[in-house]
Design a protein. Structure first.
Length: 727
């Protein structure tokens, strides 16, 4: 393409392209509203079904209100710290701004710097909205899914999947609208006229998303697993009553937990992943050197444009998710994903040709031909599919690993747990090799920028991939409502079929999130290294300071996992004691002649989880700042490297071990090895209980931990010892 024409097109049309991406984001929200209204047209069933669903909804919303009230205090305090120490540069610098009357410019970033605190608030608000919308929709859809299951499994899938669509499209719509708005904000008046761009704004937005996501994931994960462990250990193992039996006092708390952990927590988690991947690629584009202004502009807007066409591909893919019977469930879900991925690859190629981006080769790229950046994007897209398949191989009840764990249950819980741990450890090899190969390939094709856009490619179809993941908790709730309200057996059979597949898609979703977290954190790590100057001189792992940081960083994920696992244990102990108390003290409860105190169990889980989430969340924010101000920028670089490696390994290990334990139990419940009530089943329930905090609390929180630590390091880098580096 003619160089002068390329320059003119990008300088004049860059904002038009951003506005176009914003239109796709709005389209996602409009389609989410349409899907939500479609759910509400389904009937809610009997009065008893409505009563149970209302109890679940009230418990879930009460948890969210309390959680967001606590988080409001954290958000305000961190906003003040950002305004003073990041936007103001220091306390003295902030006072100078106050005396000069420039506080408004500093807060909103209209003077060429600042705006981090305001963008942080925007990111936190969007993350809260994503979780709230998902929660509200899921608690409306669960009872309607139960009612639809009375007709057919296809109708039940349609309602549950529509709920997932609302979640998925709300996440990508809110995330992309926020990034587009902040990119269009005039925050760099004195900079390059072709880039009107203030990186402080997008970094602040990412920090807001990451902060809320970590607390939401940890808090929701502790709640859901405390309730789940209490319900299973006392109800299934000790009392010998079925899952979701209305006599179990923890059963409503268990269903509430599915929503606060696997819907609101997961929504905030993947909102943060989506936003983080786009922003990391933008940051690397902004930091690109040796390129003309028009090309730097292309590298900044390209991740946003890719996200926009990904939304369109996701919407189209949702129309292909249809199933007539249980055999067609898996094919229906993966058909939608396949169509969306294929369409995205085609639309992205057209976008590259429109922008002339296929002709651009960023610095560091070894590949000298055209389409290098596009190939990096496609590598990320393929990585997501391959990690999903690897996760399915290690966790699905139809595969040998989960079945081997089930077979080990015949000799007791100890052998079940030993084999489950081994499977989790073994499962780290393939994903790490895939991530390493993608990192190497993306760098070869497009340099550091290639790693960033590979993460964008991996999350490009999040609108539908999250929908495939998020329908599972709705199906799980639907099964609970069917059991508690006395629906015909075939209703529970249909919801169980949806739930079983939902367990596999949830495990795949966790692997997907962990893989994207690795690429995103690596891209943000490079942005940190570029900002602090250590990218040019390199990180010397043999340097004592750097190696000390590396060791500390490797230790932090283990400390974080220990904190969250113990938190689940403490909260579960309180739940178990309460369930036992009610079984003993409420006359006629076991005979079905009295109703348990569900509200007390919900309150216990709420108080315990929100109290326990604070310390792990604060550790993620404080640790990089503390190391930076005491040991300096090199130590933080070492810390991020150690934390990245150990977080990814721990997250994959815990998520896959937990998923395999869960599906081993479900395989026995299909009638294998003696079926429900057998000794093998009791051992598998214990293994599944151990795996619950692995896969739903600690494991998925670790991928947020590393990104939050990296973005905190990037934002607060100017306050670290040795910044800017000597020379």
């Amino acid at each position: 393409m003619n160089e002068a024409l390329l320059t003119a097109m990008l300088v004049t049309d860059g904002k038009t392209l951003l506005i176009g991406a914003g239109v796709f984001a709005v389209l996602a929200l409009v389609f989410a509203v349409f899907a939500s209204r479609r759910i509400l047209r389904w009937p809610t069933g009997t009065e008893e079904m409505g009563r149970i669903a209302d109890a679940i909804r009230r418990g879930a919303m009460a948890f969210l209100r309390t959680e967001y009230t606590i988080l409001l205090i954290f958000v305000i305090l961190l906003s003040v710290a950002l305004t003073i120490f990041v936007d103001g540069g220091s306390w003295a610098g902030f006072q100078q701004v106050l005396s000069s009357g420039g506080l408004s410019d500093l807060i909103f970033g209209t003077g060429g710097k600042g705006g981090t605190a305001a963008a942080f608030l925007a990111g936190a608000l969007c993350s809260v909205l994503a979780g709230f919308i998902g929660m509200r929709t899921a608690t409306n859809a669960n009872v309607r899914t139960t009612e639809a299951a009375k007709t057919s499994i296809g109708d039940a899938l349609r309602v549950a999947f529509s709920s997932g669509v609302v979640m998925g499209l709300s996440v990508v719509g809110l995330g992309l609208i926020g990034i587009v708005a902040l990119t269009l904000w005039r925050g760099n008046a004195g900079g390059d006229p072709a880039i009107d761009f203030n990186p402080n704004l997008i970094f602040g937005f990412s920090l807001g998303a990451s902060s809320i996501a970590l607390f939401a994931r940890v808090g929701g994960g502790i709640f859901t697993k405390a309730a789940d462990v209490g319900a299973d250990m006392v109800g299934k193992v000790e009392a010998g009553i079925p899952e979701d039996d209305p006599r179990n006092p923890a059963v409503i708390a268990d269903n509430v937990g599915d929503n606060v952990g696997d819907v609101a927590g997961m929504g905030a988690d993947l909102f943060e992943s989506y936003v983080g991947s786009i922003i990391a690629a933008m940051a690397l584009g902004y930091a690109a050197t040796g390129l003309g202004a028009e090309r730097t502009n292309t590298l900044i807007v390209l991740p946003i444009a890719l996200a926009g066409v990904g939304i369109l591909a996701s919407i189209v893919g949702t129309f292909f998710v249809r199933a007539k019977d249980e055999k067609g469930l898996s094919a229906a879900l993966f058909k939608g994903l396949f169509v969306a991925s294929l369409l995205f690859a085609g639309l992205a190629a057209g976008l590259f040709m429109l922008l002339g981006a296929h002709e651009i080769q960023p610095a560091q790229a070894t590949y000298t031909g055209e389409w290098g950046i596009y190939f990096a994007v496609i590598m990320g897209l393929v990585l997501g599919v391959l990690i999903g398949k690897a996760t399915e191989h290690y966790t699905s009840e139809r595969k040998r690993h989960a079945q081997e764990i089930a077979a080990q249950s015949e000799t007791g819980a100890a052998t079940n747990i030993i084999h489950g741990l081994a499977v989790g450890m073994q499962s780290t090899a393939v994903p790490l090799i895939l991530i390493a190969a993608t990192t190497f390939g993306a760098f070869w094709f497009a340099g550091l920028y290639g790693i960033g856009v590979a993460a964008v490619g991996m999350l490009s179809t999040l609108g539908i991939s999250l929908a495939v993941d998020a329908y599972g908790p709705v199906a799980d709730n639907a099964g609970g409502i069917a059991q508690m309200s006395g629906c015909p057996p075939e209703v529970r059979e249909r919801t169980d079929a949806l739930d079983a597949l939902g367990n596999t898609t949830a495990a795949i979703g966790k692997g997907f999130a962990i893989g994207s977290a690795a690429l995103t954190a690596l891209a943000l790590f490079y942005a940190y290294a570029n900002k602090t100057g250590i990218l040019d001189k390199g990180i010397n792992i043999l340097d004592a300071t750097t190696f000390s940081g590396f060791l500390i960083g490797g230790m932090l994920p283990f400390m974080f996992a220990a904190m969250t696992m113990k938190a689940v244990g403490r909260a579960a102990n309180r739940m178990i004691e309460e369930v036992r108390r009610q079984f003993k003290s409420i006359t006629g409860l076991m005979e079905g002649q009295a109703e348990p105190d569900y509200a007390r169990c919900v309150a216990i889980a709420t108080r315990g989880s929100l109290k326990e989430m604070i310390l792990p969340g604060l550790m993620a924010v404080i640790a990089p700042i503390l190391i930076g101000v005491t040991l300096g920028v090199d130590a933080v670089g070492g810390m991020l490297g150690g934390a990245l490696l150990c977080s990814v390994l721990m997250a994959i290990f815990m998520a896959n071990a937990g998923g395999a334990w869960d599906n081993a139990k479900k395989w026995i419940e299909t009638g294998q090895l003696g079926g429900k009530g057998s000794d093998a089943h009791k051992a598998a329930v214990i293994g599944d209980t151990v795996g619950d905090p692995f896969k739903d609390t600690s494991g998925p929180s670790l991928n947020i931990l590393i990104k939050l630590m990296t973005i905190v390091s990037l934002i607060f880098a100017a306050t670290f010892k040795g910044f800017p580096p000597p020379g």
